[in-house]
Design a protein. Sequence first.
Length: 1016
Amino acid sequence: MRDKLFSVLGIESGEESMVSMLLTQSVFLGIFFGAFDISAHSLFLSIFDEKMMAKGYVVSGVAGIILTALYTGLQTRMKFRSFAILNLAIVTLFSLLLWLAIIFSPSKLVIFLVFIMLGPLNILAALGFWGTAGRLFSLRQGKRLFGLVDAGLVVGIIISCYTIPVLLSFKFESHNILLISALSVMIATVVQIIIGSKFSFVTGKEEQKPEKSEKKRSVLTAFREDKYTRIMGIFVALSVLTAFFIQYSFMAVTREQYPSEEDLARFLGIFTGSMMIFTLLVKLLVFSYLIRNYGLRTCLAISPLLVAGFTAMAIIIGMTMGFTPEAASGFLIFFLLLALSRLFSKALKDSIESPSFKVIYQTIDEKIRYEIQSGMDGTVNEIAALSSGLILAGMGVLSFIKLIHFSWVLFIFIIIWGFIAIMLYNEYRKSIRKALETGDEETVAEDSIKSLFPDNRFAAENAFRNDYFRLISGDYSPAESNMSPWYFRKIIDHSTSNRDSSLIPLLKKLNSMESLDEENRRLSAEIAKRLEEVVSDGKAESDKIVSARKVLSGSRLPQTTEILRLLRDNSVEAKRLGIFIIGKFRLADMLPEVCDCLNIRGLETDAFSVLKTFGNEAGSELERFYLASSGNLNTSKTILRLLGKIKTRESRIFLFSRLWSNSRVLKESALKCLIEIDFKPDDEEKDKLHQIISETIGIMTWNLSARKSIERSNDAILLKVINTEIVRWRSYLFDILSVTYDRSSIVKIKENLDSETVESVNYALEMIDIVIDEAIKQKLIMLLDAVPDEEKLKNLYQFYPVEVPEYNKLIEDIINRDYNLVSIWTKACVLRNIMEIEGETIAESVVALLFSPEEILQEESARIISQSGRELYRSISHRIPESYRKRLGKIAEGEMDDEEFLLARTLFLHNCFPSVPEDELLSVAAQLKYHKDFLSLSSQATDNTLIWTLSASGIPARVYVSYDGKLSEADINAGLSGNISYYTLSLSAADDFNYQYPDSSFEIFRYIKSNELQIF
């Protein structure tokens, strides 16, 4: 129950104690705020009139500015842990001293002192509390938990407000309310001591790295130089001014209505408590609805509009029916209208205006955002408060000014405030446009693997293979920039073992490199000399391989017949040298032969390297070969990557046309290429892209309905799978948007949506409103808005009439759904989740998957069929192709271990490489081999293998990298007992994966590097 409560509140594991302590402190501080406020006002207004209250505002404002300055100064000179305790201890001491002063000397001066200390003590306590919260939570935690902690303060205020009338009914003296506030802040101080001793604070040094070259702008400088900031400041100042005027008028009539100190305290307790509940309800229920459906303009204008309405009615009633106690009915209505003004003013300020300003702050440059925000909340707020006090005090001095005149002046200020709200919204929209226009483009790395320095054996050998063609073509920059000893060792080993004379120029270059150690330089010279002797030996001329390498190391243009002889040879090495010769001598008329090698196992990477060097010359041939080999998905992806590097008009048009491919994978690849070449569509192309976006939103709507169905069935396994599917389609959607519109704008929209705060999401929706075309804007906003899935589906129903299916119907729909709409992995997981076939329709769907080209679907369908009865499988087994009938028969007879299933192997690899999607890991998992015992492992041992030792429970106990294939049972099984099994993966599978998925291979390479410490 306790864990469920923490989960509902958004508290993650490990945060329970910290959040509980902070919540406890926030509640007691809330009691302090509420009790002190009611006590100070009831004591003050029972002795002084409202004119004296205005003077109190002035003195309190000055005191607040002084104490805030002292707080800031001391904070920079002390450790915050000690300072936070000292700060609350001082607030506690002041509160106790004020209570004691009233007990022993209840003079007017003491009561005036209590009133003027209300604001400063509240500010000190609040600054200390939020300073503690800000240092306890990281930025991510703060976004998630600050709202919860803030609710604790509100709850504390509500508790104190409703407790006071109850206490007063038991003859509790009103001045003793100060004791309650003092005791509450004392408890908060004790909690602060516990927090300081139990938890560590973030110092802020790591997060705040001000640029020394940039001079910080103060809020006053920004106010003077920037119109947007200036209007923002005026809006804040007018908001504070109207709040003070409303508070002043409300307290004045309340004093007349409840002249007794106890009656006044009782009323203020009930009123303030009700006001805080109303504020909390508006914040939780109204704000998100209002800003989502009516936008920021309404949120900014609603406070001036409503308060102006109540003020206008109060003026009319006061002028026509009277506003003094002598006019009984008129005064009562006047009082009620001012009370409503106070209620809505406070509630809307805290629940709508403040969150709206957090949205506005998102548009300010990050370099000065927090300075502007603190300036608005601090400097501007304090100056406005002091100015309000001076204006109220000045008006109070004039004898002809009556209470009704304050409402007249207030109404004028509200009208100005309303116009400023409209101006602020217009400037806000301009600021968004400006931010979108000046957005910085993100630099996307060509290959993720390049960010991993090849300082380990496997990465260095992989780098050499990828660099080989450049090295033999005379480009020595890879060797010059690579300082890994493994890299140079691979060059020397390869040159020696393969008698590779094409590397002679490189070896001579290494011999002259002063940055290389003496031993490697000596070896380079010796090997180069030996290889030259081999080349000069006339007997070697008859060896095609040696002869081809001699051509590569020289500058003589070879004959076409020589190259064709190499390409027609059965040897992969001969073909490799043939395409290298084509590449080195740039024989563009032989590009078709190089393209053919993209389909030959072991030559894909080499053909890719050669074709890449031809650039624009290879464009038309690549397009032709793409159409000729459309059945080969991996080859098609490779060609798209190559076309993405050409950047000609023809290649752009070809890539754009691939967005209508019948393969989801190719669509995704084409999109990434279009983003990489910074494709800018014309109007006609943009219309076509809008159609794709609309279709994608429809697919995502179906996925949302599927998720809703799974949630209702409490299927945690499938929920995780469908969430992965949704994330993939969301990424696809943003890729399309990046091609259709300015990429930097879409990146900003996505970043704000990913922050998942109310403010950032609504800022993103405002950007969508500006950037996105009307044809798809409404659909996109409905899909991306931060609302529950049920509400999204309801909103999107007008465009995509999708119903939430029954669970069993959904399972069948996913199995039969197009491969381009739902991934192979999702289908496989759905099949694994079926315990038994129920119904003829689902049986037909599962049987059909036995004939799927996907191995994982064949296995899972065979497993389900065998569970439902082996006779069913035997009745259809004769129709299964012989190429995999034996394997499926083994599954049907229950002879295959769970670890041998492709789904289990994929899950195993995903646990090792969590950031790599399961769909991409399927090709690697297909090469992962399971061994029941060491005998099986040793009999199939090969060089360059990754080995996992599995305990009896199937959990990996150790990981090894074997480069020589020599295995020792004692070493591998050291410290383990029971049934030990193994998984092995050839390192060539990682090479293949890097070729097919360069953006995802980083984690696999890093994993191998981290486990190379354990090498056999």
